[in-house]
Unconditional design. Structure first.
Length: 198
């Protein structure tokens, strides 16, 4: 079910053709998963504010399409035959932007390069986004957030959001569903807290 991270030096000993065939074969069989996020309905309105949501930062182990499984406090593997629909930070960024837009409570929401006149940046760092199998199986998501005043660079507010939900079942679909539930809670809390903090 799980696969270990591939070490770069292992590739150096493989013939080029075998490497390409292995890459093609593994990609074709992977199930591809999306994330979902529904913001809380009772968040306050900040219609005179425009925010920018940069791509979250993350360690290299999370900055990929691979689904992380923690098998010990110091070791991770990747969920076999599964992948996210894009690099995880890009997916989290996209879902947060959509969630902020769907509230209808801001003057504008954008990503870098879209040319908005921004009041605040919502700067995030993905600290955990994984299945934890070291004990009772859980899905863990942890994201730190800073609201940065875009005009003077000062931090208006900062917080860390965490969710841990139990995972039932053995299949990849059930494991991903657990991560999705944890992210949905964290993401909704981020949107609600941000709107209350502006």
């Amino acid at each position: 079910m799980f696969k270990r991270p591939v070490k770069a030096r292992a590739f150096l000993t493989l013939p080029l053709m075998a490497l390409l065939l292995a890459g093609c074969g593994s990609k074709a069989n992977n199930d591809t998963f999306d994330l979902s996020l529904t913001p809380m309905a009772d968040a306050p309105t900040a219609r005179n504010k425009q925010i920018l949501v940069p791509e979250p930062t993350a360690l290299k182990s999370l900055d990929s399409e691979q689904v992380v499984v923690r098998v010990s406090p110091s070791e991770i593997q990747y969920l076999a035959d599964s992948q996210w629909g894009d690099r995880l930070p890009r997916m989290v960024q996209s879902k947060l932007v959509q969630a902020f837009e769907n509230t209808g409570k801001l003057a504008g929401v954008g990503k870098p390069g879209q040319g908005l006149a921004i009041d605040y940046q919502v700067v995030t760092d993905i600290r955990a986004f994984e299945i934890n199998s070291t004990g009772p199986r859980t899905a863990n998501v942890e994201i730190s957030v800073k609201i940065l005043n875009d005009r003077n660079g000062s931090v208006k507010a900062q917080n860390v959001f965490r969710a841990s939900v139990p995972v039932s079942g053995e299949g990849n679909t059930q494991l991903i569903a657990g991560i999705n539930r944890a992210f949905a809670k964290v993401g909704a809390d981020i949107v609600d807290w941000t709107l209350r903090s502006l």
